[in-house]
Design a protein around this ligand. Structure first.
Ligand code: SF4
Ligand code: SF4
Length: 332
């Protein structure tokens, strides 16, 4: 039963792994304070409210809607518009909603190739007729429908206007709690802000004192290939740590666990294209000047797009690989 005296809050989950929903549950004791302070009126992963319940509410009656996940299907697009209409404040919650996230790497392919790779070509699938998902199917007089699968993965703000962004894959419980406090006390920064410190991750890293001013690397190694020294900057050890060009806010969780930062908090406000900035930051650490020497260092980075645009391809200037087969569709 809804309580009209408390701010009403909604959560919705688009194309994502579910980790952002876990982050809400991970508030642990804090979740009780949140539940006490607000009235959660829509949270499909946890509460049995339906889309029609939200549709029946007056426009603008929800104080805050947190939407995680990128937008891939027509249903997610409809829900993004519904949340925008009903909420006073719409928050893109987590890396997928903020920048496209891991699902956004699918923009390296088009829908046809993805369907072929998932439904007809895999060695574990038997599908001699090459049947693919249909948006509608009629049988025995009954029509079944599925959401349309768009050709391009989009960030939430490529579909509707977004008021704030909470970064991270997933956002940390502290960041979420800080955001909820800011919302409840009306202490929000200017609209459009990312609700995390606007400094580079290295500034929050316990290893920053060991990061040399000038690095001279001739190769990059993957974490399983070396015995990591936990007291020395990971980049200085030749591990591809993206801390120099990633926004702070997670308190350098990954380097604290001997893992290089992979950039899930996205860029600071001064960066226009995350991948380009990361490439430039890492490139300045190369000890190579001839094309052959540069190529030799680059060859130790096995998946450049997946490394430098891991969370941000849809939000980047590249956005997607152009589909030769369906250029008009690729614009969707
Ligand atoms: S490069 Fe990585 S390990 Fe080194 S100081 Fe920055 S965040 Fe820490
Ligand atoms: S260290 Fe980097 S990858 Fe790890 S949580 Fe923080 S921003 Fe994300």
């Amino acid at each position: 039963m809804s309580n009209p005296t408390k701010p009403q809050v909604a959560f919705y989950w688009c194309a994502s792994c579910g980790g952002c929903e876990e982050a809400v549950v991970d508030l642990a004791d804090g979740v009780l304070a949140v539940v006490d302070a607000v009235d959660i009126i829509f949270w499909p992963v946890a509460l049995d409210f339906k889309r029609s319940d939200v549709e029946a509410r007056p426009d603008g009656s929800i104080a805050v809607a947190f939407v995680n996940g990128a937008v891939r299907t027509s249903e997610q697009e409809e829900m993004a518009h519904l949340m925008r209409r009903k909420a006073q404040v719409l928050i893109a919650f987590g890396a997928c909603s903020h920048l496209g996230g891991i699902p956004g790497l699918a923009n390296l392919w088009d829908r046809k190739t993805i369907f072929r790779g998932s439904y007809s070509d895999p060695p574990s699938v038997v599908n001699p007729e090459g049947t693919l998902p249909q948006e509608s199917w009629q049988e025995d007089g009954r029509m079944t429908t599925l959401p349309a699968f768009r050709d391009t993965v989009r960030t939430l703000d490529q579909v509707v206007e977004v008021d704030y962004y909470i970064p991270g894959c997933p956002p940390t419980p502290k960041l979420l709690m800080d955001a909820v406090q800011a919302i409840l006390t009306g202490a929000l920064p200017p609209r459009g802000s990312v609700l995390a410190p606007d400094i580079a991750l290295c500034d929050q890293c316990h290893l920053k004192a060991t990061k040399p001013d000038r690095l001279l690397l001739t190769s990059f190694k993957r974490p399983h290939q070396v015995l990591i020294d936990p007291e020395t900057c990971l980049l200085a050890q030749g591990l591809l740590c993206l801390g120099p060009a990633t926004r702070a806010g997670c308190e350098a969780l990954c380097p604290s666990g001997n893992m290089p930062c992979s950039g899930c908090f996205g860029p600071t406000s001064r960066v226009h294209d995350v991948g380009a900035k990361l490439i430039s930051a890492v490139g300045s650490a190369f000890d190579a000047s001839s094309p052959d020497a540069i190529e030799a260092v680059l060859s130790t980075i096995p998946d450049p797009v997946g490394t430098f645009y891991r969370y941000s391809l849809p939000a980047s200037r590249l956005r997607r690989k152009v589909s030769q087969a369906a250029p008009a569709e690729a614009a969707q």
